[in-house]
Structures are given as C-alpha cells and as structure tokens.
Design a protein around this ligand. Structure first.
Ligand code: ZN
Ligand code: FE
Length: 253
C-alpha cells in the first residue's frame, strides 16, 4: 500500500501531519490553518478528514477554517466533545474506522489531558501521539495522574517497534538535556542526542521518530527497567512510581 506522510511545522514548535493515500487526505491536528493550506495547495490535494488528538488551542486553532474551506469531516474524542470544535464523529477508546485503504484505531492515551487520543494506522506503521508519547519525552500532566499517563505510554509501547511515532512538538533537543540526567550511561541516548544536534543545526525536524528508538532512549518509556530503577535508587518501586519520579524531575528541570 503506498501512502505519503507529511510533517508540517506550525506556530513556534508544533507539528501537524498529513496522511495521503488512495486520493484521500487526512490531517492530524490543526495548530493553525495557513501552513496546512499551503502544503495542500503545493501537492494539489484536498482535505477529507481532520483527526483531533486533544483540546489544547495549539492543536485545534485551524480546525474551523479548514473544515469550512475543504468540507472536511472532523473526528475527536467523545469525552472531549464539549471542548473541541464540532465533531462529525465522536470516538471512544478502541473505536476503529476506515480511511482510504486503512483501518484506523482510536486509543485513549489520557495523561497530558483527560480525553487525549492517539490514532494508530497499522497498515501505514504510524501512530499519531501529539502530546502523549513525544520524541524523547512525554506531555506534561495537566489533567491526568502519573498512573494514567504510565498506563497510556505502556499501551503505546506495545505497538510494533517499527511504528513511526508522529508527535506534536519539536521539544527533542531540550528533552535530550533532561534524559541524559536520568540515564547518563545509555549509549543509544548519547548517540541520539548527537544525531539531534546535527539535525537541528541543519534546520531539520526530529519528529517523527520510531517506537524502537523511543524504547531505547526515552526515559519515560523506560521507567519499568530494573537498570533505570537502580540508577535512581528506586530498586523496589513500581514502574508507575518510577515514571512519576521521572516526570516530577522533568517538571522542575
Ligand atoms: Zn497539549
Ligand atoms: Fe501541544
């Protein structure tokens, strides 16, 4: 199955994504309309669907403009319908819908907000995670508890390692400065930080990444590893307790 997956920088450090297959185009998050409209025009594509991950302004500000201009169908979490732009399809965890030749699964990945969803497209090997699992990080816990976010991240961690992780912000370089304080001896992390530096000095995005790389380097996904627990002097703690400690440290970093 051939498809295009396009990353669009928006606002200061946001990313939106276009998934295009079989003549159809879906947009994942709409931080602002302008860059999305020009990308669609460059490619000669219309816009059939908009999939919203969560209610924050920097993920939804462009939705109404784009819906009006293209007549796009809008999908988002049912639990958040009261604080999202009007939804044509309101989804719950585990819902599946068809887009082009793909079956798309909606996953509740609450933690950053309650009602944050991810869209998993198995046949495209891609998951759209926005501010849940991020490149070398995870979203701040504005609404959920550490347990909620750990549960969400654990479900994402169980997707196939070759999955492309399309997250919502270019925070990777700063995330790396924190991650190395948690696992200073992790060679994959040291390598990734150097790769990030090269990419950023060339003006390249570090998003999307792969789940395999996140599993090797992202401290928030690695909270269950005994080696990491030992490093933090938390040898007997539960995975969720270790995750909570890492998140607490990041908040005050
Ligand atoms: Zn957010
Ligand atoms: Fe955001």
């Amino acid at each position: 199955m051939t498809f295009d997956l396009i990353t669009i920088p928006c606002r200061t450090d946001n990313y939106a994504f276009l998934l295009h297959a079989d003549g159809k185009t879906a947009l994942i998050d709409a931080p602002e309309a302008g860059p999305i409209i020009s990308t669609l025009a460059d490619r000669g594509w219309g816009l059939d669907e908009i999939w919203i991950t969560h209610h924050h302004d920097d993920h939804i500000d462009g939705v109404d403009t784009l819906r009006r201009k293209f007549g796009a169908t809008v999908r988002g979490a049912k639990i958040d319908a009261h604080r999202l732009p009007e939804l044509d399809h309101a989804h719950v965890d585990g819902d599946s819908f068809d887009f082009a030749d793909f079956a798309v699964t909606v996953m509740d990945v609450s933690g950053h907000t309650l009602g944050h969803v991810a869209f998993y497209v198995a046949q495209a090997n891609a998951v759209f995670t926005a501010d849940s699992l991020m490149a070398l990080g995870c979203g701040r816990l504005f609404e959920g508890t550490p347990d909620t976010m750990w549960n969400s991240l654990s479900r994402l961690a169980n997707l196939p390692p070759e999955t492309t992780v399309c997250s919502g912000h270019e925070y990777t370089e700063a995330n790396g400065r924190f991650a190395i304080t948690i696992e200073p001896e992790n060679p994959d992390l040291v390598q990734r930080i150097s790769d990030i530096k090269v990419a950023r000095s060339a003006g390249q995005p570090t998003v999307p990444s792969t789940l395999k790389l996140e599993l090797q380097t992202n401290p928030f996904l690695r909270a269950g590893l005994q080696s990491l627990k030992d490093t933090l002097n938390m040898s007997g703690a539960t995975d969720a307790e270790v995750f909570a400690e890492i998140r607490r440290r990041k908040d005050s970093f």
